[in-house]
Design a protein around this ligand. Structure first.
Ligand code: PSV
Ligand code: MN
Length: 410
């Protein structure tokens, strides 16, 4: 018996003793869909320097091709998020067909309300109504794009805020935001959801208009059930307990989705799970626990990656994020929930902690190998990507023609 098979059958008997099913866990990981961002395939960087990556995608077609490659080796990334106007195109029906031909679909549409000169003092919260109207019109255009491409998600993040106390009236800005969101929500087709993303600072350094999950939740509650909160894991102050936010939003039925990435300091947008894999595990533990308790919201979450790389190879970094997410999710699925409940009921402070540790410390590589075997995907997606020659091919092909990158920093 090979090592992986032996480890898997050992795990299977451990799980059976606890009335957990290996097949169900494998199936759950197989069904975890993770959306990748178009902007993660193009050249990006910091305000100091953008290092061009050989073969980095320069337009929507190339981003779709790269996303399809990630889907090919992982089987976990069937959709691609777009940012408009970075990914603007004149023929959305054709873009939709191209995606489908490549074996993927277009996912969340992200209206870009932070790039134009007009938005220096904000977009939906700008003091001038003409600029607010322009910003609303852009979101309405994005809703129309969503309809054309068959997407059911508008993902809204605002850079709006102020840099100095007294610069603008905080409550007036809030009222402008509420008014604009009402217009946007009213324009959503039945099947579409509005995800509201928050971030505590940057680019605004004094008061961001959507700074935290509480504000985003209040907005969602004012709008209606199809307005949901999006948690970007890089958008909190250091030390914030993100999994507790996740638990609260699940309980309110308002956890719309995630932008996964990791950070050491601020909104670093690094590979998911690269710095704090335990936090990612704890987040999934809350979701898996809520699902086990029958919380409906837990099975309607849009899992998305939002990362952009400075020095990393783009596609490999994306695949690595997907693999790290699968590891954290698989470990969360292994938590012995019946024993955990017992420990909690018995006020056994460290008992509960040890049950989580036991799952976290389990080597899930044989389990994930089984997921890949059953899904017909390569055992080692990064090795498969490297062996495919795709990176070399695009580096060659994409160096021969110059095309606009559709990314602000490029
Ligand atoms: C803002 O920092 C953010 O997280 C939003 O989701 C934007 O759409 C994205 O990054 C742009 O890279
Ligand atoms: Mn984000």
């Amino acid at each position: 018996m090979a090592d992986d098979e032996r480890a898997l059958s050992q795990l299977q008997s451990t799980l059976a003793q606890r009335q957990q099913s290996l097949d169900e866990i494998v199936a759950a990981v197989q069904h975890l869909a993770i959306e990748t961002p178009s902007w993660g395939y193009g050249n990006s960087g910091t305000r100091f320097k953008v290092f061009p990556w050989p073969g980095a995608a320069r337009n929507l077609a190339e981003k779709m091709a790269d996303a399809a490659e990630v889907q090919r080796v992982t089987g976990a990334c069937p959709t691609l998020a777009l940012h408009i106007p970075w990914d603007q195109t004149s023929d959305w029906a054709a873009a939709r067909r191209t995606a489908e031909t490549l074996g993927i679909r277009i996912g969340a549409i992200n209206p870009n309300l932070f790039q134009d000169d007009d938005y220096r003092l904000g977009s939906l919260c700008h003091p001038n109504s003409a600029i607010r109207q322009r910003a609303v019109a852009h979101v309405l255009d994005c809703i129309a794009i969503g309809r054309d491409v068959g997407s059911d998600l508008i993902s809204l993040w605002l850079a709006d805020g102020t840099n100095y106390a007294g610069q603008d009236d905080l409550r007036s800005r809030r009222h402008r935001l509420i008014d604009a969101l009402h217009i946007i929500y009213a324009a959503l087709p039945e099947h579409m959801q509005l995800l509201i993303e928050y971030k505590f600072f940057e680019p605004a350094f004094y008061a961001t208009d959507l700074p935290d999950w509480g504000t985003a939740l209040l907005m969602a509650q004012k709008l209606g059930p199809r307005a949901q909160v999006l948690v970007d894991t890089g958008h909190h102050a250091q030390g914030t307990n993100i999994e507790q936010i996740v638990a609260q939003l699940l309980d309110e039925g308002r956890l719309g989705g995630f932008h996964f990435n990791d950070r050491k300091y601020a909104d670093d947008d690094l590979i998911v799970g690269s710095h704090n894999p335990y936090e990612l595990f704890r987040i999934f533990h809350e979701i898996v626990g809520a699902a086990a308790d029958g919380v409906a919201n837990a099975s309607h979450i849009a899992y998305m990656i939002d990362q952009s790389h400075n020095i990393e190879p783009k596609i490999e970094a994306m695949i690595q994020s997907v693999l790290n997410i699968q590891v954290a999710y698989a470990k969360a699925l292994l938590v012995d929930r019946a024993a955990l409940r017992q420990a909690q009921l018995a006020n056994d402070v460290l008992g509960g902690y040890r049950i989580l540790q036991d799952a976290y410390e389990t080597d899930v590589r044989p389990l994930l190998a089984e997921v890949r075997r059953r899904s017909g995907r390569p055992m080692d997606p990064i090795a498969a990507f490297r062996a495919s020659g795709y990176a070399e091919r695009i580096a060659h092909e994409r160096s021969s023609v110059t095309v606009s990158a559709g990314y602000p920093d490029a």
